[in-house]
Design a protein. Structure first.
Length: 317
């Protein structure tokens, strides 16, 4: 490299350095300070508007239809109408269902359990009254027989011999169950006639206060006392001392008391059977009422489905 070239390069480098120095002066110097600007940071919504092309759809929707076919008789809304939850929209003919509902409700009224119970209780009450009337007759008959046997006994069998002991024992038991007294095997018929306890007294109590419990108690006591009187008649010795008329009276007493036993037993059994039958009748009626009520409810449900209602707020499309 020549001496002249070195001088040119050095000159150019000096010029470049001078230019850079001048530029730096204007940027950072120039006799004035740089100004700083501060801005307070705040939170705020940033709104961005976007324009798009497309189709707007509802966030929820439902297609409604009837469960069965029918003639539309009412249309409460039109396309575009605003609707609210529970609002009626359209209805089909329900006249046939309403006619069926009327018949079902009439059938339900007929099958009232209260009505059935009233009828069964009425029939049972009649049976109780008839049985009580029969018991009144039975204890009266038994008392008459007891008095007649007492007269025959006092005439022929007053001694407590081996032959007479069964009669004494049976008579004492009969007096106790029928009239409510004991140790009176040798009293007169007049004395016995004044007694009114035992089954005889229970029947009188039931007549004065004819509750089912009182009648049940009276009937049970009557049946037992009739059997005791029958045993007493059977224990009567039939010996030569007994007159033909007395023999006839004893035989008639045996027939009569046995007939009363049969009648009283039949009355008791009849009432027991009637109670069972009445209970079954009421239970059956209850089941029928439940079935009839279910039928009414089912028809009402069908009628409710003849009207379509809005499931939520919205608009008819």
């Amino acid at each position: 490299m020549t001496k002249t070239s070195k001088i040119i390069i050095i000159s150019l480098s000096a010029i470049v350095l001078i230019g850079i120095a001048i530029l730096m002066y204007f940027i950072f110097g120039g006799g004035s300070q740089a100004k700083l600007v501060s801005v307070e940071a705040k939170t705020s919504d940033i709104t961005e508007k976007t324009s798009l092309n497309g189709q707007v759809k509802a966030s929820q929707g439902v297609d409604l239809s009837f469960e069965s076919q029918g003639k539309i008789v009412a249309n409460y809304v039109k396309v575009g109408n605003k609707i609210y939850a529970g609002q009626s929209l359209v209805a089909i003919d329900s006249s046939i269902l309403r006619s069926q509902l009327k018949q079902a409700e009439a059938q339900l009224d007929i099958l009232s359990v209260n009505t059935v119970e009233s009828k069964t209780n009425s029939s049972l009450q009649v049976a109780y009254q008839n049985s009580l009337n029969g018991a009144q007759k039975s204890v009266g008959t038994a008392k008459d027989i007891l008095l007649n046997i007492t007269d025959i006994q006092n005439t022929h069998f007053q001694t407590q011999s081996t032959q007479n002991i069964p009669l004494f024992n049976a008579k004492e038991k009969a007096i106790m169950s029928l009239l409510g007294q004991s140790t009176l095997s040798l009293v007169t018929s007049e004395d016995l006639g004044a007694l009114n306890g035992g089954a005889f007294g229970l029947v009188q109590t039931a007549i004065q206060n004819p509750t089912q419990a009182n009648i049940d108690t009276a009937l049970s006591a009557t049946k037992n006392s009739l059997q005791d009187v029958s045993d007493m008649v059977t224990a009567m010795p039939i010996t030569d001392v007994v007159t033909p008329a007395e023999r006839i009276a004893i035989s008639a007493a045996r027939t009569s008391i046995n007939a009363e036993i049969i009648t009283t037993s039949a009355n008791i059994e009849s009432m027991q059977n009637l109670k069972v039958n009445n209970s079954a009748t009421v239970s059956t009626a209850g089941a029928q009422v439940e079935a009839a009520q279910a039928n009414v409810d089912a028809i009402k449900t069908q009628i409710s489905k003849t009207v379509i209602t809005a499931l939520f707020d919205g608009q008819v499309d």
